[in-house]
Design a protein around this ligand. Structure first.
Ligand code: FES
Length: 343
């Protein structure tokens, strides 16, 4: 479906009137071949051939025409306004991409695939969060922090974030943290019925909020609320495995102390890694923890975020607030990675 309310653009571009040269290249999309004239953008070429490609502004600002190249690095001008993590996955803006060679491309929603997995371990992290460890068949090219859809054999499922470090994919393993949502059919099924050796299905991964070892000196700030910690665990692990030298701060907040999890692991990590700092925060006064919201304590501790990369994860209202706070503290919008938990 086109996002553009002014749909006369298609009519303006036809092979009869197009002044562009016939000498171009080919685009391969969903097993079909499309021509692309010289100096023609990928978006124009697809629209000319009646592909219902999404777009809106055609001026490289809305990102609704985001696509992914599956075989070649896209021209640099088509990636200019994208986050580093999108560039690393060969995403590009179709409205700004004039290919110089054949390209196999995918629309955003068709990049994912489904694999089968077995449950190899289940661990209760606290009263409401369960970690499940999966071993999957086939290939799942994931990075810690990305999103997958986890499904049972009836193909009922839900979105979750990947907790395991990216290096675990070499063993075809995946860790996911599942919060218990009272009245939520799928999370209750996992907490009450899922057993070791059960078969589940994974669809994905999607998302571009992950660690990229492009600037190992850059300070990293992680702010999580509740089970928003889950994707950040693997991203932090990725940074440490990549020998990130910049300081890494984690502020994790919950209302009550018994809702925090992995406290012992992070305290141990902070003792072991000289550049990792851990701040468990609780809304109500509790001995041994900082009192207050994680974002407030983070911004009091680090009031200037000019050079920081900031990862935020939690419910929508929390993430949106912290995004604004981080921006006002000097973080660039390109360096703020906002991960929203689904309800
Ligand atoms: S259509 Fe808006 S960025 Fe391409």
């Amino acid at each position: 479906m086109s996002l553009n309310p002014f749909n006369d653009n298609k009519a303006k571009i036809s092979s009869d009137t197009n002044p562009l040269s016939e000498q171009g290249c080919s685009l391969f999309l969903s097993d079909k071949e499309y021509s692309c004239y010289q100096n023609e953008t990928v978006l124009d070429a697809l629209l000319r051939q009646q592909v219902d490609a999404p777009y809106a502004c055609r001026q490289q600002s809305c990102q609704s025409c985001l696509m992914r190249s599956l075989d070649t690095v896209p021209p640099s001008e088509s990636q200019e306004n994208l986050k580093e993590t999108l560039k690393a996955q060969n995403y590009f803006l179709a409205c700004a991409c004039v290919p110089t060679q054949n390209m196999e491309i995918a629309l955003q929603e068709t990049v994912t695939k489904e694999v089968c997995a077995q449950v190899i371990e289940i661990e209760k992290l606290n009263e409401t969060v369960m970690a499940i460890f999966l071993e999957y068949e086939g290939i799942l090219d994931y990075r810690a922090g990305q999103t997958i859809i986890l499904m049972n054999e009836d193909k009922l499922g839900k979105n979750y974030h990947i907790t395991s470090a990216t290096s675990k994919k070499e063993d075809k393993q995946l860790e996911i943290h599942i919060p218990l949502v009272i009245g939520g059919y799928f999370s209750e099924w996992i907490h009450n019925k899922l057993k070791i050796d059960d078969t589940v299905y994974i669809c994905g991964p999607t998302g571009h909020h992950f660690y990229l070892a492009s600037n190992s000196q850059q300070p990293l700030l992680f702010i999580a609320e509740g089970t928003g910690l889950s994707p950040l665990v693997g991203i932090i692990e990725d940074a440490l495995e990549s020998e990130h030298n910049g300081d890494i701060y984690l502020f994790h907040g919950t209302k009550q102390a018994d809702r925090l999890y992995l406290v012992g692991d992070f305290k141990e990590l902070a003792e072991y890694c000289s550049n990792f700092y851990y701040y468990p925060c609780v809304s109500t006064k509790t001995e041994g923890y900082l009192e207050g919201r994680a974002d407030k304590i983070a911004l009091q501790t680090l009031p200037e975020l000019n050079n920081y990369k900031v990862f935020i994860c939690g419910q929508s209202y929390f993430v949106k607030n912290v995004q604004r706070e981080a921006y006002l503290a000097g973080a660039s919008t390109k360096e703020i990675y906002s991960i929203f938990l689904s309800n």
